[in-house]
Design a binder for this molecule. Sequence first.
Ligand SMILES: NC(=O)c1ccc[n+]([C@@H]2O[C@H](COP(=O)([O-])OP(=O)(O)OC[C@H]3O[C@@H](n4cnc5c(N)ncnc54)[C@H](O)[C@@H]3O)[C@@H](O)[C@H]2O)c1
Ligand SMILES: [Zn+2]
Length: 694
Amino acid sequence: MTETPARTEIGDQAAYAAAVQTAVAASAAYYGEGDSPLDDDAFDRLVRGIAAYESGHPDEVLPGSPTGKVAGGAVIGDVPHTVPMLSLDNVFSADGLRAWAAGLVRRLGREVAAWSVEPKLDGLAISARYSGGRLVQLVTRGDGAAGEDVSHGIGMIVGLPGRLAEPLTVELRGEVLMTRAQFEAANTARTGAGGTAFANPRSAAAGSLRAKDRPYQVEMTFFAYGCLPLDGTDGETAARLRDLPHSGIMELVAGLGAHTTAATPVPGITATTIEAAGERVEEIAALRAELDFGIDGIVIKADAAADQAEAGISSRAPRWAIAYKLPAAEKITRLLAVEWNVGRTGVIAPRAVLEPVEVDGSTVTYATLHNAADIERRGLRLGDHVTVYKAGDVIPRVEAPVVHLRTGQERPIEAPSACPRCGDEIDASQQRWRCVRGRSCHAVASVRYAAGRDQLDIEGLGENRIDQLVQAGLIDDFADLFVLTHDQIVGLDRMGETSTAALLAAIEGAKAKPLNKVFCALGVRGTGRSMSRRIARHFTTMDAIRAADAEAFQEVEGVGPERAAMLVAEIAELAPLIDKLVAAGVTMTEPGPAGPAAPGGSAEEAESESSGLPLAGLSVVATGSMSGPLEGLSRNQVNELIERAGGRASSSVSARTSLLVAGEKAGSKRAKADKLGVEIVTPEEFAARVAAHL
Ligand SMILES: NC(=O)c1ccc[n+]([C@@H]2O[C@H](COP(=O)([O-])OP(=O)(O)OC[C@H]3O[C@@H](n4cnc5c(N)ncnc54)[C@H](O)[C@@H]3O)[C@@H](O)[C@H]2O)c1
Ligand SMILES: [Zn+2]
């Protein structure tokens, strides 16, 4: 959310003319079939470059330039709109919003009565005309003055009723989009019918709405954001629509039976000050990742009809409304490779390796692909351009191939025919593939981790020895260590009486390790040493950990909703292993009083482990893209660095945060840290502080 967003540099007239051509073609594709070769970020950079060039060379402006026009002037329709369907001007920061509001107040010569704040739905604008309460025509926005008749879409759009609750003659305006589920279903239907996948929900909605004869059914969703009189609207209704504030219109529309944002986790609200409106902007932005439909910003409008009427409109956009743009949550990049990783339980999951791309404030190199069937269903190929989606803390995912960018060089993605870790067979009978060895596929690595110095610290149990025990069929996981007998071990290669006795004693000693070490030994995803200490300290017993739900886990510092849900799932999955440990008499409690952990767990440990380290006692959050010596580090690697340097890594800024490492595009976390007075440093400054641990 930087105030001066990046733009394409345009050096001369020829480059300018080429840029105009590219932008107009992209717009035509975007509003037409929904198959633009550019992602929104690239398109917006280009148009900003064009605008900058034009302001420096006003005599060179081409008549076909997209600037200052609805839909870049790229689209034409033949159904005139009663009232122009406009675009929206943009701001990119809280300062920009305040400046815009101040300008509007100046123009009106009085305070704005109220602000309405609602999500900016990322679909396409539609005009839905009702006659006597019956839906009779659908028209796209087109160039703003006239649009295309897409009435064949009637009946495919959830939330756009065929009949209103009252027999009114009115025009509803709103956005048609696809929810994530509708998008997945549309792509399944399309690829199933031999077609190619849509690149993203927005283009799927655009393409589906315009297509007339389709051999398969798709479903879309409508959200209303306006209601206008039409020819034939009765006088009373027309007067009501003219006088009601925007919020009142929204209530009326909902009452008529059309979808509005009221029923979503981000309902439109009104605020009396622009500061309060700004807070709502932050709230909506924070919920973006959890919504099942795309939003690309937040729309702030003067609510009162009189304020709107007096502010008026420009040729492109109303002056009484503004779009607060959020960073693009979706980018186009290349799919370079697919890795097949074997999880702790033997699940074999594909992961996309991408040409690194900046999405929503962080660099994305990997993205989830779920399973082999998913790759098939999406019709992905190696070398494809793909749309990658990430918002907030959501794990990045590959949405779809951008089929119209194919060159013919793309290759099929080959699924492994044997377990990539142990070479044994794959059980492909379910959507999630598994190694037939299940957990024991993972045995050597996981037992080695459990026996490591920071976990159970079992001396004499190196990789070779573990491998030997696994090969001999004596252990499948580290709980099996505790039931090994003298006779089982002493016969093994290079195991004499002395080393056998030493090993058994070391294993026996591990039973007395405190809960935090035992928990850490489980290798729960997303928990390292310090997180294990915090969890053990917070819950104090394994029973309490096992009983905790996601909400309870979020009370542990540094555990957000996503990690909490994962912890619950992982711990449930580990139940058989934990049961074995309990049965073997391994310690399941943490000494010392419960409560928030000191930076290093128990006070003593904290002393010995992290005092003297540069981040001792500090809770550190990193956000935005890392640069300087930290460039290229994943968020996880940065967190590990924080922990190595004695700090606690956390993903959310709170009053307890000591330090925010804010890279480029730090966004809302930076704003929050600012507000809370948390110290903020650049990645370079941070790197200097922890140089010894880099
Ligand atoms: N990738 C490409 O090639 C390409 C080409 C053209 C445009 N675009 C993208 O489209 C955007 C510009 O498009 P635009 O001119 O349609 O403007 P816009 O989408 O940024 O804003 C105007 C539109 O917002 C929609 N909207 C959503 N929620 C609303 C609400 N609550 N109240 C009012 N309106 C709401 C309406 O449909 C309205 O027409 C840019 O972000 C650009 O990146 C991309
Ligand atoms: Zn295996």
